[in-house]
Design a binder for this molecule. Sequence first.
Ligand code: F6R
Length: 244
Amino acid sequence: MKVNILKDYEEMSLATSQLIIEVMKENPDGLYCFAGGDTPVKTLQLLVEAHQKKIIDLTKAYYIELDEWVGLKQDNTGSCLSYLNRNLFAPAAVPQSHIHHFDSLSSHLDEECQKANEYIEKHGSLTLVLLGIGENGHLGFNEPGVDFDNKAHVISLSSTTQSVGQKYFQEEMVLKEGITLGIRQLMESEVMVVIANGVKKQNAVRKILQGEVTHMCPVTIINEHKNSYLFIDELAGGQNENFN
Ligand code: F6R
């Protein structure tokens, strides 16, 4: 794992986007997976800018959704798909045929998982995954205690994720379950990039940097990836005396 501690959110996003741009130049038609959430917003904006300047071509790449809230309409602005449409796919005019996403309203979520698994298998593997970190150390919706051998699966969301997740919605939501790619698939990616900024991510970042891999903090698995990068700002990398 290569650790990069940047001054602030802007610098973290810039450095992250530069790495992704280099990978995309080498693998323009690879399979990419970008997390939703607050952390990647600026990175995605910089990728779109690079696309507009013709440094990369985002329309050539393929994409698979990392995760989704179960039971949510896709046009809900808090859905992961709506986020990716807003921040990446629409501004870069990515063809729909290049995007694979979960139908989290399906009454056959096991089939949705199977379709995601097959999409990745069809492409060989994920070229690059860009992941944020949950306050509880989750990766995608791989919550503490998850089986690291899982492929795509449905999971009960922890109380932390249920309450932190409210920030994406205009009104109070019931967020009980998520559907997510599994740690095994993320670990088989050619490049794993994890980003985090701000004090709320300090505990999870510290656990990563301690080097121990634990199911109770899934993001620590980054330590075992063959080609992984951690980009954090100084706040996320800071020491927290209240850590336990
Ligand atoms: C979202 C996702 C989550 C977030 C994580 C951090 O698609 O997979 O794992 O990356 O919860 O969210 P933010 O960036 O909002 O702090």
